[in-house]
Design a protein. Structure first.
Length: 332
């Protein structure tokens, strides 16, 4: 099935040259576009790998110049602005840039903002969304470039990464529950921009820490935030990652959303993956929202599962868990 709006909008596709696609996902239908001329900019590893498997060139950052571009709007407005600014900088002057998005992702407000700053084509509305076109004007949207955010003292983030404006409360609670001495070989599974990893490295006993993170921009922030030589930064889908050697311990604040929708299966996949990464005597420290159905999968994957009470007392929203000694899983 063709993309509901692309097929109607691309009447002015440049006759030659590469076309940049900013943040398409694994679910984005690109069949109406010339695959050999496409270059997708996608830093989320599962989507990156799915697009690559279709034979489309893909990388986490632009490699311009491009003859034109399509920007697929994300939900976060600051990230959306940064993507459009990056497209203007990467496309040749005067080249077309299509901006596509659902109404629920703010396409109407973005259309209004851009109309106040430059010439915009009439939008095409279809399938609860819109697509419209602007022309690349170097410097026209330079104030929309992604600017570093000071999320905590000594830590910077970028628009679009998880908890970009500050430390996630669940991670703070988990850090408060970690013992003063941790195993030598550690992992932070879904490490984000590195705050929790820094708390792990501050504990005694840690000899190495692998930060496993699927979002390239978040991992880039972590590299800047953690200069510790014991840290290693792995751009990987945590649910598919196989370490070179099993870890003695791991920390985790797993995601539970796929786009707008809550997806407890994602957190459950993280738990299975964590059990598979740990040695048979290993320990996982994890935080998650209390309402999420993780108890059954934790007990299926670990011999011992214990709730830890933070020093501040039992939290009504978050549960801190220590899971010990993974149970070997049968291969299906």
């Amino acid at each position: 099935m063709s993309h509901p709006r692309l097929s109607l909008a691309l009447d002015a596709l440049p006759a030659a040259g590469r076309i940049a696609l900013f943040r398409p996902t694994a679910a984005t239908d690109l069949t109406d576009l010339p695959a050999a001329r496409l270059h997708a900019i996608q830093g989320f590893r599962p989507d990156h790998d799915a697009i690559s498997a279709r034979g489309i060139a893909v990388s986490p950052a632009p490699e311009g110049p491009y003859a034109g571009a399509v920007v697929f709007l994300p939900r976060a407005k600051a990230e959306a602005r940064a993507l459009i600014s990056a497209a203007c900088a990467a496309v040749v002057p005067g080249g077309p840039i299509w901006i596509d998005g659902q109404k629920t992702d703010g396409v109407d407000s973005m259309l209004k903002e851009l109309r106040g700053r430059m010439s915009v084509s009439d939008p095409i509305a279809k399938a609860h969304g819109k697509i419209f076109r602007i022309e690349a004007l170097p410097g026209a949207l330079s104030d929309w470039e992604a600017a570093p955010i000071e999320a905590a003292p000594g830590f910077t983030t970028l628009p679009g990464v998880f908890s970009a404006d500050g430390v996630d409360r669940g991670s703070e609670l988990l850090a408060a529950c970690l013992p003063q001495t941790l195993p030598g070989r550690m992992a932070d599974i879904g490490a984000g921009w590195g705050w929790l990893a820094a708390q792990v490295l501050a504990r005694k006993g840690v000899e190495s820490l692998d930060l496993i993170e699927a979002e390239a921009s978040a991992l880039d922030c972590a590299r800047r935030n953690i200069p510790d030589p014991r840290a290693r930064f792995l751009w990987a889908d945590a649910t598919q990652h196989t370490p070179e050697a099993r870890y003695a311990g791991a920390v985790m604040n797993p995601p539970f959303h796929t786009g707008r929708s809550a997806d407890p299966g994602l957190g459950q996949a993280f738990i299975r993956a964590a059990a598979g990464m740990l040695s048979l005597s290993g320990t996982l420290w994890m935080v998650a929202n209390r309402h999420l159905p993780y108890d059954e999968i934790l007990r299926a994957c670990f011999h011992e599962v214990t709730e830890i009470t933070p020093p501040s007392g039992r939290d009504s929203a978050f549960r801190i868990t220590r899971a010990e000694r993974p149970i070997p899983q049968r291969r299906r």
